[in-house]
Design a protein around this ligand. Structure first.
Ligand SMILES: Cc1cc2nc3c(=O)[nH]c(=O)nc-3n(C[C@H](O)[C@H](O)[C@H](O)COP(=O)(O)O)c2cc1C
Length: 300
C-alpha cells in the first residue's frame, strides 16, 4: 500500500498548469481528481524570467516562467486557506536553491499542518530547467539523495520527488531519491528546448532557453517512466504530453501508478474529467477493474 492508493483517482493535475485552483473553479469537479498540485513555491519570493515567457511550438509549448511565485509565507497565508476547502488532496510543490533551505521550508510546511490540516503530500521539484542552481539535484544521483534526505528529515508528510527528463540515467537519479527517503517519483518535468526567430537572430523567449511540454514530449516522458519503474520499488507518477485516455493507459502499462495532466489543462480544461469518464471501459479492455492490475504490464 502506498499513499497514492488513498487518492480518489489516479488522475492529478500538474504544478504550474492549474494555477492555485481558483482559476478552474466551476470548470471541473475537483472532487474527482486524485490531487491538485499548485504552482511550485520557493522559500523566498521570485519574480521569474524576462517576458515573453511562453511560445507555442509544433505539438508543444515552450515556457520560461522561472518559478515566479510569492514565496512560502504568502502561499501559506493567501493560497492554502482556499485550497484547504477543496474536496480533493493537496500536494504542495516546492523547490530549493540549496540543501540548507530544506529544513526551513520543511518546518514551515510542517507547522502549517499542525495549525490546520490540508496538505496531503509534498512534491519536491528538483527539476525546473529555468532556474540555475537547482539543476544538479536532478542530474547527480548522490546530490539528489542528499537533498531528499534533508527534506525527509524536515517533513513527516509523504514526499514525492519530481525529476528532469534532461538526462540519460534518470533511473539512477530516481534510485538516489528512493534511498534519500522519497515515497514516490514523478516524471517528468519539461524538456530543455530553444525557439528561434531567425530574422531577428534572437531566441523567441526572453530568457533564451525554455522547457518544452505538451504532446511533443510524451515519448520522452514514457522513456523516463519505464527507466524509473525498473529502477525503484516506490510508485512512479507519469507526466508529459498526456491529453487522452489512450495517453493515460500508455503511462499505466509502462509503469506509472498515477498520472498528472499539465499543458492539456490550458487547451482542453476538461481533459481530466473526460479521462475519468473513459477510465473504467479502458481498463475493462485489458480485463482489469483497477489501475494496479495493469501497471507495468508492458512487454519490453
Ligand atoms: C507554463 C508551465 C509552468 C510550469 N510550472 C511548473 C512549476 O512551477 N513546477 C513544476 O514542478 N512544474 C512546472 N511545469 C511542468 C509541468 O508540471 C509538467 O511537468 C510538464 O509541463 C510536462 O507535462 P505536460 O506535457 O503534460 O505539460 C510547468 C509547465 C508549464 C507548461
Amino acid at each position: 500500500m502506498s499513499f497514492i492508493d488513498g487518492f480518489t483517482s489516479p488522475i492529478l493535475v500538474a504544478s504550474g498548469t492549474f494555477g492555485y485552483a481558483k482559476e478552474m473553479d466551476g470548470v471541473i469537479d475537483f472532487s474527482r481528481l486524485g490531487a491538485i498540485i499548485p504552482k511550485t513555491v520557493t522559500l523566498l519570493p521570485r519574480s521569474g524570467n524576462t517576458p515573453p515567457r511562453t511560445i507555442e511550438t509544433a505539438s508543444g509549448l515552450l515556457n520560461s516562467i522561472g518559478l515566479d511565485n510569492d514565496g512560502i509565507d504568502e502561499f501559506l497565508l493567501q493560497k492554502l486557506p482556499y485550497l484547504r476547502t477543496l474536496k480533493t488532496k493537496i500536494i504542495v510543490s516546492i523547490a530549493v536553491k540549496n540543501i540548507e533551505e530544506c529544513s526551513i521550508l520543511g518546518e514551515k510546511i510542517e507547522r502549517a499542518c499542525d495549525d490546520a490540516a490540508g496538505i496531503d503530500a509534498v512534491e519536491l521539484n528538483v527539476s525546473c530547467p529555468n532556474v540555475s542552481g537547482g539543476g544538479d539535484f536532478a542530474t547527480d544521483p548522490k546530490l539528489c539523495e542528499q537533498v531528499v534526505q534533508k527534506m525527509r528529515q524536515a517533513l513527516s508528510l509523504p514526499l514525492i520527488v519530481k525529476l528532469s527528463p534532461n538526462i540519460w540515467n534518470i533511473g539512477e537519479v530516481a534510485k538516489g531519491a528512493e534511498t534519500g527517503g522519497a515515497d514516490a517519483i514523478s516524471a517528468a518535468n519539461t524538456c530543455l528546448g530553444l525557439a528561434v526567430d531567425w530574422r531577428k537572430q534572437k531566441p523567441r523567449l526572453g530568457n533564451g532557453f525554455g522547457g518544452l511540454s505538451g504532446p511533443a514530449i510524451k515519448p520522452v516522458a514514457l522513456r523516463c517512466v519505464r527507466h524509473i519503474y525498473t529502477a525503484v520499488k516506490i510508485p512512479v507518477i507519469g507526466i508529459g504530453g498526456i491529453e487522452t485516455i489512450d495517453d493515460v493507459m500508455e503511462f499505466f502499462v509502462t509503469g506509472a501508478s498515477a498520472i498528472q495532466i499539465g499543458t492539456a489543462n490550458f487547451y482542453k480544461p476538461t481533459a481530466t474529467m473526460q479521462i475519468l469518464d473513459a477510465l473504467p471501459s479502458a481498463l475493462a479492455e485489458l480485463g482489469a477493474k483497477t489501475v494496479a492490475e495493469v501497471v507495468g504490464t508492458l512487454e519490453l
